[in-house]
Design a protein around this ligand. Sequence first.
Ligand code: FAD
Length: 474
Amino acid sequence: RPALVWLRDDLRLSDNPALTAAAQGGCPLVIAYVLEEDPALRPLGGAARWWLARALASLSAEIARRGGTLVLRRGRAADIIPALAEEIGAGAVHWNRRYEAAQIAQDSALKATLRAAGLTVESCNGALLHEPWTVATQSGGPFKVFSPFFRASSQQPVRAPTRLPPVLRFAPPPASEALADWQMEPTAPDWAGGLRAAWEPGEEGARAVLERFLAHGLAGYAENRDRPDLENVSRLSPFLRFGHLSPHQVVAAARHAEAAGSAGPKDIAKFVSELYWREFSYHLLYHFPTLATTNFNPRFDAFGWADNPAQERAWQRGRTGYPIVDAGMRQLWETGWMHNRVRMIVASFLIKDALVDWRRGEAWFWDTLVDADPANNPASWQWVAGSGADAAPYFRVFNPVTQGEKFDPNGDYVRRFVPELARLPAEAIHKPWAAKPDVLRRAGVTLGLTYPHPILDHAAARERALARFEAIRG
Ligand code: FAD
């Protein structure tokens, strides 16, 4: 009897433990993806839907090369998976786990239904180096602070990537819906041109990005990972988000680079430790399922967030008048991705300068990031807000000028995404309002006309934020 492999956030054939287990079982395979339309689950944002469409096309082609078909269905997985299993006469169903509470509840219920129908169900870990419940404090509880979490989890061995049998045997596929009918890519207006230029979603794209990073970015990572004007970060986040490669493959590749001497131990250690921030976010999401909606620190429930639509809109559009903030927000809109240092700067600006609820920023990122991640996104927003586990201290308010000057010292990052400032010299580019009139004139910049005046005064906003944070500290 066939084995049904249900792919979800693990859109790859290599190191896919569920697929490998099914293939090793020797039964003919049916591989399916369900576009889940279920009010209990958080719907994907626009950029992630664009990514998913491309990723499914790439995966379909990869499976076709191996002689199979990716079966596409749309609706509630709770209905579709049992029906599909029955339709193909499956003896077993395999999937890799997910970690949002609603997904866990759905999978547990499905497991019970399928088992009651006499099927074997096997779920595997395809997404994390360590399952969230296998890492615990000495008293057996979840970690709330990264450093001890990292110490405890990084001591555990990381399994080697699994190997798929070279030949896959497929069962005759049931009917599949057509990807084109799902209309997941924008048409009018088509806002995805920059995304198409920046990314190749799928397993092949992931391999290319990983190889480029290992060859050109990893050496120097520890020193330069905070520089958005350089190319020292991996840009693997959307590939990890959709599971085009596993963190196990990334760790194995990094260790290989270390053995080959192409990067130093400092760079490798720093890079691998960043993967553990992702692990930590999933640890938090698993143990604190309302991470995306509820302040981790309940003191923040009393924080009077401002209803500030004009400043929020200026932030979204990259028109705050603070060049590093605007460059980041435009990079996000154009490419669906933003450098980590700049994510922190723009998040701090929205929360602490404009006093907008972090959940509104999280929602904007959710809609516009190709790597919008159910764990990393809310955990990071709460971290910046100061409301999270192991949060940035509340009094840390990022200064958009000094941050720009420190991490984009020549202004090249700003020049790339805010072209109307491109001719400003480095000394002026992070604070054009302070430049001499002839400097602005020579650069073709007229504040209020070609580029906005700052929408707020950072120094005053900082004082206001500190007073608010002080008040809820009690
Ligand atoms: P690299 O530096 O090359 O790191 C390699 C991998 O490690 C990343 O792909 C990512 O999986 C993980 N990683 C690195 N830094 C972090 C971090 N600080 N927290 C968690 N994991 C990390 N990351 C997402 O994947 N999805 C999100 O939705 C997301 N939202 C964020 C929102 C805010 C406000 C902030 C401050 C950060 C957010 N991050 C998010 C974390 C981080 O910015 C990105 O993972 C990173 O910029 C991705 O780029 P990279 O792949 O080049 O990272």
